[in-house]
Design a protein around this ligand. Structure first.
Ligand SMILES: [Zn+2]
Length: 218
């Protein structure tokens, strides 16, 4: 991808986020690492996706990269192995279009028990980094995961995924009138974010968008 297109997609300069990578984030290669944390070979393999189609109650979606086995294993290292340095790396693939006029970023919440088990919520880290890069504030106090559910990844059927999420979230009334950007790592069937958007709209949110790092092509 041409660098001008890449810059437009990213919306900010990624090198402000990087602590100075010594290994490629995707393959652990130690030579020729760019400020984006990638070796030349991994960078050449990345595919950016056009924004996927979406349905109400969402008002818009941006995704960065096409899902691949390399991206998948990097996401596992980030969220399950606790390698929090991946937050800065993945944030460079998130974007918030100007025309959204976003008031606030809200990470897709995790149930407190799961957060305790994992020690952190990876989407909160993404939102914190994106907030720093864009100047848009973020909050973890406006949307909550109130019911413990199976991991969506383990459910293959879209209807089953929707059922698994139903009644799982609650929103604070202070979302009234806000233009909100949900932050997530992977956009698959959208069952989780559609449920979040529904709950936020019912609580009075004006607009609900999604910015995700990666998605299988649609
Ligand atoms: Zn590499």
């Amino acid at each position: 991808m041409q660098s001008s297109v890449l810059k437009e997609k990213l919306g900010f300069v990624a090198d402000t986020l990087m602590p100075g990578p010594y290994q490629c984030y995707l393959c652990d290669e130690e030579d020729m690492i760019g400020k984006d944390g990638l070796c030349d070979s991994c960078r050449a393999k990345l595919k950016y996706l056009p924004n996927p189609t979406y349905l109400q109650p969402l008002d818009g979606i941006t995704v960065g990269l096409q899902y691949s086995s390399e991206i998948s294993s990097a996401i596992m290292r980030f969220k399950k192995n606790g390698q929090t340095e991946y937050a800065g790396f993945f944030t460079q693939f998130l974007s918030v279009p100007q025309e959204w006029n976003a008031d606030i970023l809200i990470p897709v919440p995790m149930h407190p028990l799961r957060k305790w088990l994992r020690r952190f919520n990876h989407t909160e880290l993404l939102a914190a980094y994106l907030s720093r890069a864009t100047g848009i504030p973020y909050s973890t106090k406006l949307l909550f995961k109130t019911r413990f559910s199976f991991e969506q990844k383990k459910l293959k059927d879209p209807a089953e995924r929707r059922r698994n999420m139903r009644g799982s979230f609650s929103a604070d009334p202070h979302v009234q009138g806000l233009r909100i950007v949900l932050i997530d790592d992977v956009f698959t069937t959208g069952a989780t974010v559609y449920e979040c958007a529904k709950v936020l709209k019912r609580a009075g949110a004006d607009k609900v968008y999604l910015s995700a790092v990666t998605s299988p092509s649609h």
